[in-house]
Design a protein around this ligand. Structure first.
Ligand SMILES: Cc1ncc(C[n+]2csc(CCOP(=O)(O)OP(=O)(O)O)c2C)c(N)n1
Ligand code: SF4
Ligand SMILES: [Mg+2]
Length: 347
């Protein structure tokens, strides 16, 4: 009788978890939708970084993009909120439990149209949250109308030409004080993975605009969010290598060609620069880059701006260390004696 060969051990991460613990439900989005590729990279990034999925809370608004959190990190907490209102829900949740890692997925319509008011305040507050815009330049869920990120002159499937200038969400986030601003492309696996890993390590708002073609309504010749357009007009900021703090730092790089950014948690982000003098921690450089590439009709991809030490919203409120959600009532509600004393002081 032949001895049975033992099954090969399943691959696990530093927490001993298999990739299956990071997956979500089966996608219901169109086959080939850029949003599906982004979900795959989120799964890879959280698995490779060894983040406990039970410590993660996922947020979204409404749209095809906002359905995505159902397709990654099944064991995590989740709140699929109202169209354009995800930032206020995320703010409440992150204040209630500061130990959670928050990730929000929005769309260019969800963020740039109905949700623009919430978006601007999120950016200026620097709430600890990874905020991903899955940017296809249209309202995919409601059949492809132009969104505020559609480029001037872009042509919709039905032949209508967009006659309004676009909002550049990276430029807006940057102007409003976001401490991490990046742009990537759903089809660039390597770059998107590195950007997501860096965002996981950043404490503060990590705003990532990911160009994500809508294969059903916005992947045709007149669109600047189509695969072919982005492939031809994508100016890569540099080759990014990300080294988490729990691994030995061992990256080969040529002297003079790499910028190192020390992240809030002690990990490092290395950017191999193609542009001679690109420095993501220099505000003026980032501002010039955003304007110059926009004028040339190009997308600068990579980490455009990073300010690792900016105080985040939760810290700025001087909250107690314990999550508010776990405090007993007697510590959150002042008793009658305290209220009486307060009233007396106002007399
Ligand atoms: C209050 C409200 N207004 C309008 C809608 C209709 N609606 C649903 S999704 C959507 C736009 C989605 O576009 P986007 O955020 O870009 O997501 P995509 O589907 O392109 O991923 C709109 C206008 C709604 N659901 N709720
Ligand atoms: S309609 Fe567009 S955005 Fe929505 S799932 Fe299909 S390809 Fe994706
Ligand atoms: Mg959209």
């Amino acid at each position: 009788m032949s001895e049975e060969t033992p099954a090969p051990a399943k691959k696990t991460n530093r927490l001993g978890l298999e990739m299956a613990s990071y997956r979500g439900s089966k996608t219901t989005l169109c086959a080939g939708c850029g949003h599906n590729a982004i979900s795959e990279r989120i799964i890879d990034a959280f698995y490779e970084m060894g983040v406990d999925p039970k410590r993660v809370v996922k947020f979204s608004g409404i749209g095809c993009s906002s359905k995505s959190p159902a397709y990654f990190l099944n064991p995590s907490h989740g709140f699929n909120s109202v169209h354009g209102r995800m930032p206020s829900v995320a703010t409440g949740a992150m204040l209630a439990n500061r130990t959670m890692l928050g990730i929000g997925v929005s769309g260019d319509g969800d963020t740039g149209a109905i949700g623009i008011g919430q978006f601007v305040h999120l950016m200026r507050r620097n709430l600890p949250l990874i905020y991903i815009i899955e940017d296809n330049g249209c309202y995919g869920l409601t059949k492809g109308q132009f969104s505020p990120t559609a480029d001037l002159g872009s042509k919709a499937k039905n032949g209508v030409v967009n006659d309004l200038p676009p909002i550049d969400t990276c430029a807006l986030a940057f102007e409003l004080g976001a401490s991490f601003v990046a742009r990537s492309f759903s089809g660039d696996k390597k770059q998107l993975l590195s950007v997501l890993k860096a965002a996981i390590s950043h404490r503060g708002t990590s705003m990532i605009d990911v160009i994500s073609p809508c294969v059903t309504f916005n992947d045709h010749d007149g669109s600047t969010k189509s695969y072919s357009y982005v492939k031809d007009h994508d100016e890569q900021l540099g080759e990014i290598s990300f080294v988490p703090y729990f691994e030995d730092i061992n990256v080969e790089y040529e002297a003079g060609s790499t910028t190192t950014v020390k992240m809030h948690d002690g990990s490092h982000l290395y950017l191999r620069k193609l542009a001679e003098d690109y420095n993501p921690s220099d505000k003026m450089t980032a501002m010039r880059l955003l304007h110059e590439t926009a004028l040339r009709g190009e997308f600068a991809t990579g980490v455009i701006y990073i300010q690792p030490d900016k105080e985040d919203f939760v810290d700025s409120l001087n909250l107690v260390d314990e999550p508010l959600a776990f405090l007993p009532t007697e510590r959150t509600r002042p008793g009658k004696a305290v209220l009486d004393e307060l009233m007396d002081s106002l007399r």
